[in-house]
Design a protein around this ligand. Sequence first.
Ligand code: C5J
Length: 220
Amino acid sequence: MAEIKAQPFAFPLKRDAVALIVIDMQRDFAEPGGFGASLGNDVSRIAKIVPDVKRLLAGFRDAGLPVIHTMECHKPDLSDLPPAKRDRGNPLLRIGDVGPMGRILIAGEPGTAILPELAPIDGEIIIEKPGKGAFYATDLGNILTSKGIKQLVFAGVTTEVCVQTTMREANDRGYYCLLAEEATESYFPEFKAAAIAMIRAQGAIVGWTARVDDILETIN
Ligand code: C5J
């Protein structure tokens, strides 16, 4: 069996059961004027990982392996946005309010779109999710089961929020989870470092982490 060099030990790759899941690489998190910026974050940190996410995407596409994209977003009527989520953050620009890139985190708005450099191509799965985790209130679990996917390689943002939440959901559902280290980012470098350490601590309690080059070398 092929193995990806990883931490805390080699990841046992099942080529016929692995998919890449790119979490929330949306303009709202990476560009000025979006949700991330409205919360006072330095969004340039997110924009910097685009090349690494892009080459990971290219590697999976070249290898003919499945790719899933997620988007954190809500219905225009906000029926899937609990007040407990809406009533936090920046009181001047809440989810659903109109910002410079349209309504914040609302499906179909310009700011909610995936960054053009990382846009899905035909045949790739797109999951619109109202929560931080991609399994909550979505079809992701059924889609993975129907395609026989048992291993997920994670990229995207932010490491300690939507990426780690989804990884933990997947871990509890029995998936082998591997996080691509340079293809994920946080607005807080210390949170990224802590999330990576937590994931692979205690003998991979949530999953594995690996360098993008090591993942690409093994899948191709
Ligand atoms: C956040 C996400 N940070 N995609 N969303 O609110 O991590």
